[in-house]
Design a protein around this ligand. Sequence first.
Ligand code: NAP
Length: 309
Amino acid sequence: MPVNILFSSPGDWAAYETPLREALAQTGLEFDLRTDFPPDRVDYIVYAPNSKVQDFTPYSRLKAVLNLWAGVEDVVTNPTLTAPLARMVDPGLERGMVEWVTGHTLRHHLGMDAHIVNPDHEWSHVAPPLAQDRPVTILGLGALGTACARTLCDLGFPVTGWSRSAKLLYGIACTHGESGLAQALELAQIVILLLPATPDTENTLNAQTLSMLPRGAVVLNPGRGPLIDDAALLDALDSGQIGHATLDTFRTEPLPRDHPYWSHRHVTVTPHIASETRPDSASRVIAENIRRGEAGESLLHLVDRTAGY
Ligand code: NAP
């Protein structure tokens, strides 16, 4: 009997069909991969939260849902999903995030804007400090936060990372829990949010925590919009407490055209392009998880439904 795999990620079939078939063939499994199946015949769903499958009840023999996105906030609370849920940890997604974070960190560290846009041809001969003198903090030390922390550390930045549980990462000052947050923020000249959106992480940056940062600190948010209290961030930008915010994710996407972020001179908006899952590498991750499922092995990257990520 073949393993029946439903691909249910709107608009992605053309990009995934060939690499996913190739990766599944490499496992040696007999499989049937399609975009449509009678629900009671489906073993695995390769899924995106904007899929038309929102009621999992008819999928009576479902063994797992394999999410194509790292963020699972739009599926993790679905009460009809009782099968295991795996999120995406993809080397391609990770590299993209490292490049976005490194690029935007260096933009602010080196003060590049002053030279890229210099209508008055000012000749201000002030060299930027070395990375070693620019403390950076990453909120979230998961797959993406850790990869970014390592690269920034290799570039010479003193990196502090914050997570829910205690961690030990070579070269990175790790803090955790509520008390660790103040410690992580107090020296951070650049703070990068790579937390998942959960009830516990909502408004992690708010009026109180923004005030813990050194004056003029820069905020980068490639994580999720709800991590920031937008009104508090706008106030902090207006007062100079925050020098600049580069935001890739928002509570409402696309960011509404009249949102104050678009016109604020100390805000850069990027349209949720920090990174994305790459079909070749992600297909290998999906295929490996299906192989594990069929071999009775534990799945990779399982979501903790209670923690919400
Ligand atoms: P992950 O591996 O699940 O890591 C999440 C990290 O957040 C972990 O270190 C976790 O702590 C920490 N965390 C969770 N809740 C916390 C809390 N209450 N307090 C302190 N730390 C907490 O996730 P990931 O793969 O790195 O991805 C992170 C997020 O990036 C995704 O959820 C998604 O929202 C976002 N993302 C954005 C884009 C984009 O293009 N903008 C692309 C991909 C992903 P523990 O280590 O202790 O569990």
